[in-house]
Design a protein around this ligand. Structure first.
Ligand code: IVH
Length: 632
């Protein structure tokens, strides 16, 4: 069921238990935090139980909440309003300044230890700045919208099924048995609550607590609103718009009493604290009808169900199709042809059918059955054990060939402008091309007889094809469709080998010697170049005049691009100039004065007014170690 339905049922149950307390059961879900623990990772009993939050859906309900708190506290209160990040709860333990445990929420009492994976999250310091006591802190692991879109693109490229939304992608990434996989997933984390602090003065307010975390170099959300309940309620409406400008998904806001003493006094029910409450945004989903469920065949032979929808306007564009990802997703959501469904844009980009609306069924709806043969060529398809995808087993499937050519000319590959799917279909149908290499033998005479093809368009296409002959080696590698070699691996290979011949002769060991090329990619490259048909294809490209250009090694990644740093005081190991150079090499800007735009202040011994200004503006302060951790 959707969150909204779950919330409504929970409220109904709460009301019933309030009206008929004798009937309330000890095992009622209103008394326990839901969820289940996966056995894959070592169980961790939470030192402080990870409670849940009660939900509200309107400004009036938030006012009721504030009135209750203020009545119990017997004074007017200040509140902090924070974004409610749509990710997964994480509980971190720092001991002696070091991150020693990271646990998922599980059922709130027992979760699982995912430390190894959490250690790969960029921007989460493994060491605190200067606090050496014990700190238990709660936060949310999430996948930024851009990382989600990129991951799905990559998975599609590699013939894997895609994730429905950033939350699922984050969950799948955090639970990887291989931490290296997690490391490649660009997860991020926001921390928002101190569960326990031993060895430092207790923060007097929630804002103090957040500042303490910031001062220790931890990632804490900046977009908070503080004030009385009127200020808070006035901020709800602007947030509905602002949520779309954030780099990550939020599904609401969280209102928290600022005064720590009052928070303590208010305590909690078995399920949720009394001093905090969630405000859920109204669902942005729209209703539409599933006209058909088609099955597409990708370049790697993966069969993907696709919902053809009655066109509807969703968050800025008209949507008429939505991928249903795989057989299991359709079955879990029981989406049928003819169903009314709820649709939204996951991560603000990708159309996702959230759920079917079975109460609106007429009886004429048709359940979906995944075909066990390829819808394009009729060959048998197979679903490997442990995989979500069905694959067409015919290596010569026309759909695979066609999709492979679409991919070859696409922007991240050979980028041949003007040679789109429609023209490729026409060329295939007319027998002018039989594979992507034939593109380089096309002539004016081949193009001109095609429907709607004038002299000028034909010239443009031929010019675009000619320009593609000298694309960088990285682009050609991405275009070839070698399993697991997309843009990133293509770039790495091109940077580390002089030309295609060198890559085609490289051994597994040669390939593994390249940093960040692992066994899966190395094996895949060796196997691909060992196949005679692939070598013949490369010969055909060369005969067509394709001469990929060598690629220079690029300066490393720029993990701090867009961030502004200010250095102050004397650092223990690095000179100011060295620190500046390192930050700039990572893409950061280093300026002299602290302003609201400053991302971090790096402070050493005898730091002066800049440090004070950072504290005043609530800008995170790092020491040298925390800065180096960000750079690593
Ligand atoms: S405070 C006792 N603050 O929302 C609960 N939670 O629906 C303290 N969440 O499980 C939670 N952003 O994982 C809090 N800024 C935020 C949050 C947040 C997301 C999650 C949290 C919780 C869920 C409750």
């Amino acid at each position: 069921m959707t969150d909204a339905e779950y919330d409504a049922k929970m409220r109904e149950l709460q009301q019933l238990e309030q009206d008929f307390p004798d009937l309330a059961r000890a095992d009622s879900p209103t008394r326990h935090v839901g969820g289940s623990r996966d056995e894959k990772f070592a169980p961790v009993t939470h030192e402080v139980p990870l409670l849940s939050l009660a939900n509200t859906f309107s400004g009036d309900e938030l006012r009721d909440f504030a009135a209750r708190c203020e009545k119990l506290a017997e004074k007017p209160l200040t509140y902090v309003l924070e974004p409610k990040i749509d990710g997964l709860t994480i509980a971190l333990t720092y001991e002696g300044g070091r991150l020693v445990q990271a646990a998922t929420r599980g059922n709130g009492v027992v979760g699982e230890n995912v430390l190894e994976n959490v250690l790969t999250i960029a921007g989460l310091p493994h060491r605190l700045k200067d606090f050496a006591g014990r700190l238990l802190v709660r936060g949310e692991v999430y996948m930024p919208k851009a990382a989600f879109a990129e991951l799905n693109e990559q998975r599609e490229e590699q013939g894997e099924t895609t994730f429905a939304n950033p939350r699922n992608a984050a969950a799948g990434s955090l639970r990887q048995l291989d931490a290296q996989v997690t490391a490649g997933r660009r997860l991020a984390v926001w921390l928002y609550d101190i569960l326990l602090l031993a060895g430092a003065p207790q923060p007097k307010t929630h804002q103090d607590a957040l500042n303490f975390l910031r001062e220790q170099g931890l990632p804490v959300i900046e977009e908070t609103v503080c004030g009385d309940i009127d200020t808070i309620v006035a901020a709800l409406e602007p947030w509905q718009q602002k949520r779309h400008t954030l780099a990550y998904d939020i599904d609401g806001l969280v209102l928290k009493v600022d005064d720590e003493q009052v928070r303590q006094e208010l305590g909690s029910t078995a399920k949720a604290p009394r001093a905090s409450i969630a405000y859920k945004f109204p669902a942005e989903a729209v209703e539409t009808t599933v006209l058909d469920i088609q099955v597409g065949v990708g370049r790697t032979g993966v069969l993907t169900p696709l919902a053809v929808l009655e066109p509807v306007w969703v968050a800025g564009s008209v949507i008429s199709k939505a991928t249903l990802h795989n057989e299991d997703n359709v079955a879990e959501k029981d989406i049928r042809v003819g169903d009314k469904v709820l649709l939204h844009k996951a991560g603000d980009v990708i159309p996702e059918v959230i759920k079917a609306l079975p109460e609106k069924r007429t009886g004429a709806e048709q359940p979906f059955v995944m075909p066990h043969t390829c819808p394009e060529c009729g060959s048998p398809a197979r679903r490997e054990e442990g995989q979500a995808a069905w694959r067409c087993l015919n290596a010569h499937c026309p759909a695979r060939l066609r999709e492979g050519i679409y991919h070859f000319v696409s922007r991240p590959a050979m980028n041949i402008e003007g040679l789109g799917p429609q023209l490729i279909n026409q060329l295939l149908a007319a027998g002018k091309i039989t594979d992507a290499a034939d593109i380089f033998t096309l002539t004016m005479e081949d193009l001109l007889p095609l429907p709607r093809m004038g002299q000028k368009s034909a010239e443009n296409v031929l010019n675009a094809i000619d320009a593609a002959r000298t694309r960088p080696l990285s682009s050609l590698l991405a275009a070839l469709g070698i399993p697991y070699v997309g843009g990133k691996a293509g770039q790495l290979l091109a940077e580390n080998f002089p030309d295609l011949a060198a890559i085609s002769h490289a051994t597994r060991e040669d390939l593994l010697a390249v940093d960040a090329i692992g066994e899966i990619i190395a094996d895949s490259v060796v196997q691909w170049f060992a196949q005679p048909k692939n070598r013949a294809f490369l010969d055909k490209l060369a005969a067509g005049g394709v001469k990929p250009q060598p690629v220079q090694k690029q300066a490393g990644e720029q993990p701090l691009a867009g961030q502004t740093f200010v250095l102050t005081g004397t650092l223990p190991n690095l000179t100011r100039a060295e620190a500046k150079a390192r930050l700039e090499a990572a893409g950061a800007k280093v300026t002299d004065s602290v302003s609201k735009k400053t991302s971090y202040v790096v402070a050493g011994e005898a730091a002066g007014s800049k440090l004070a200004k950072a504290a005043k503006l609530g800008i995170p302060v790092l020491d040298e170690a925390a800065m180096l951790a960000l750079l690593s």
